[in-house]
Design a protein around this ligand. Sequence first.
Ligand SMILES: Nc1ncnc2c1ncn2[C@@H]1O[C@H](COP(=O)(O)OP(=O)(O)OP(=O)(O)O)[C@@H](O)[C@H]1O
Length: 295
Amino acid sequence: MDLTDTLELPTNPGPSDTVPVGAGLSIFDPVFLGIDEFGQPVYLPMIYRNILIGGEPGSGKSSLLNTIVGHAALCADVRLCLLDGKQVELGLWEDACDVFVGPDIHHAIRTLYRVQTVMDNRYTFLKARRRRKIGPDDLFGQILVACDEIAYFSATAGDEKTQKLFAALLRDIVARGRAVGIIVAAATQRPSSDIIPTSLRDLFAWRFAGRCTTDVSSDIVLGHGWAARGFSSNTVDPNNHGAGYLIAEGGIPALVKAAYLTDTDIIRVADYATWTRRHTGTLTTDNASPARAAA
Ligand SMILES: Nc1ncnc2c1ncn2[C@@H]1O[C@H](COP(=O)(O)OP(=O)(O)OP(=O)(O)O)[C@@H](O)[C@H]1O
């Protein structure tokens, strides 16, 4: 989509049935995350990367996840696959996403299997063309798999077998999805080693530790030894929601205050994203309930 494109309005606003559409975002554009301690904007390149968000309840994890989903929702080149056992954290995006998984471990596993199949097919495609990763000009779009509260699916819902299966699928997608445009953004309020083993954490190129109750929890998100070197999200003021340490692989943690979308902001952005996605055919109808599809 570019500035010369037009979209039909659902109702006639005036003399014309169409309005010019502003330049769309792309998932190849970095995501605006917030500001650093000097007040400078912090942008997060998400393509070919994944992000792990950890922190105690109320530290601002879901809000940060919503900011990332919000950017992706406005991108014509990315489909949304949202998993939220609590339903309300990412639920406002339901109409704009291709798949929304609520508190249903079996649906979560089926969905991750589908993403895994897409991933395998894309690798077969790349191999056949003697290429190693997808680019902005490839016909198939990218996929954002956003999961609010990994622990709900990997440690709470279902039984041990399904939880292990969920964890294994998520791990595989985090490990292999990057080069084929499958991005994972996952949050957990339980940054403990049983939920986030080191081997899984290290697969996330970006890690954000919102306020954690202990230095150990902060280290589980950021990496071992950072608390001892003075970088612990345990030092973040509990009332400073959305503040935390952001680290990139191979980097040094940086203090960031995440941007914040109110529910009203999210509803506005999500409605616009849904509308543009329906009109440009980006949205599959699988996820549309009959009532919503008719709207
Ligand atoms: N970046 C931010 N700036 C200002 N306020 C924020 C920010 N992020 C979160 N908050 C405030 O903190 C509250 C809790 O945020 P949020 O729900 O994202 O936390 P959480 O870590 O996901 O909590 P839980 O683990 O219980 O789901 C929000 O309702 C909001 O009022």
